[in-house]
Design a protein around this ligand. Structure first.
Ligand code: 5AD
Ligand code: FES
Length: 359
């Protein structure tokens, strides 16, 4: 029996995860898709929860090797949204019945701690929506202040569990080291629902390390797990291939959609209760049906973009991002149709992590 014969019911061990990541027989993969879809249905139901994404600033002090917002990229025009502009987006989300807004930015200390706390308070007071933050590796005091202000969730992907690759693509700031796993633990201690995730197909990333990532998701008790394909950005060191780590071609995990679906499906099997988005990066590499395929292979969340059009074109983490030329209103109609076409329903309410009683 091949390791990839193991499917749920049984605990999926790391060796089986690895075998499934390398599986390329379409008939066998059908078993993986249906197991993931069934597990999703049984544990988090048919509702697809929408998290409205507001990209509030594209300033960033970091130099992540893959990201178009990196400080060294002089080709983009930087912006910060005003508090009133952000509130207007949140009011749209509220009016459309969405349960959550996600505020995201580069690691931007121009967004001062107290200012962000004030925006969180206003969103909570004026809309009552769940508030998710995604502002990078801010100090623990900032995270505590925002939790105090009412923020519910925080997203910080650890990107890869491979230490050497992590350090290669995340140069430290002077006098500071980058330890996202420690920050995730702090977030959980502070009472946030903590979300994390990885990119799949980073140059120098092995199949084995993605199997480790999925194994790590299981042990971290994450509320949300985002997985997307790595997409090369030409204005970055990784994107123009000047940085890649040497590994054997047979070890390199691809960044194609099939591999991402496998990672999403396996993650659903090992973390049945977690919220798993069908990511924008997936929708970017297959604009016709990437989002739907993610939802049919384990995912239960979509994060439609609420950012005003004049800003969203400037938030170019990677090129040719899905929905850059659409308005929030257009995405709203589009998503409704896409979700219903696959026999699912848009979720009502905040759609927080379901927890088994007593756990
Ligand atoms: N390709 C795919 N995903 C990317 N991200 C950043 N840059 C890229 C890229 N070039 C993802 C990272 C980050 C999230 C906000 O976007 O995983 O955590
Ligand atoms: Fe944006 Fe379909 S979700 S256009």
């Amino acid at each position: 029996m091949k390791q990839s014969d193991t499917l749920p019911g049984e605990r999926l061990e790391r060796t089986a995860i690895l075998a499934w990541l390398r599986e390329d027989d379409p008939t066998r993969l059908e078993d993986l898709w249906s197991a993931a879809d069934e597990t999703r249905r049984r544990h988090v139901g048919d509702e697809v929860h929408l998290r409205g994404l507001i990209e509030i600033s594209n300033h960033c002090v970091r130099a992540c090797g893959y990201c178009g917002l990196r400080a060294g990229n002089r080709e983009i025009e930087r912006y910060r949204m005003s508090a009133d502009e952000i509130l207007a987006c949140a009011h749209n989300a509220k009016a459309w019945g969405w349960g959550t807004v996600v505020m995201q930015s580069g690691e931007d200390y121009g967004l001062q701690t107290a200012w962000i706390a004030g925006v969180v308070r206003r969103i909570k007071a004026e809309t009552g929506l769940a508030v998710t933050l995604s502002f990078g590796e801010r100090p623990e005091a900032d995270l505590a202040a925002w939790r105090e202000a009412g923020a519910d969730r925080y997203l910080l992907r650890f990107e890869t569990s491979d230490d050497e690759l992590y350090r290669l693509i995340h140069p430290d700031l002077p006098g500071r080291s980058s330890d996202r796993l420690a920050i995730l633990r702090s977030l959980q201690r502070l009472g946030y629902e903590a979300g994390s995730g990885v990119m799949v197909g980073i140059p120098g990333q092995t199949y084995a390390s993605v199997a480790d990532d999925i194994d790590l998701f299981r042990s971290m008790d994450l509320d949300m797990i985002g997985i997307g394909p790595y997409i090369a950005h030409p204005e970055t060191p990784l994107g123009d291939h000047s940085w890649a780590r040497e590994i054997s071609p047979d070890e390199q995990i691809p960044s194609d959609e099939l591999t991402v679906y496998k990672a999403v499906a396996l993650t659903r099997l090992v973390c049945p209760e977690s919220n798993i988005p069908s990511t924008t990066a997936l929708a970017t590499i297959n604009k016709e049906e990437g989002r739907e395929m993610g939802l049919m292979r384990g995912a239960n969340i979509v994060m439609p973009n609420l950012t005003p059009p004049e800003y969203r074109v400037k938030y170019e983490i990677y090129p040719d991002k899905a929905c850059v030329n659409e308005t929030a209103e257009m995405c709203r109609g589009c998503l409704q149709g896409r979700v219903e076409a696959i026999g699912r329903v848009i979720g009502a309410g905040p759609g927080g992590r379901r927890r088994v009683a007593g756990s």
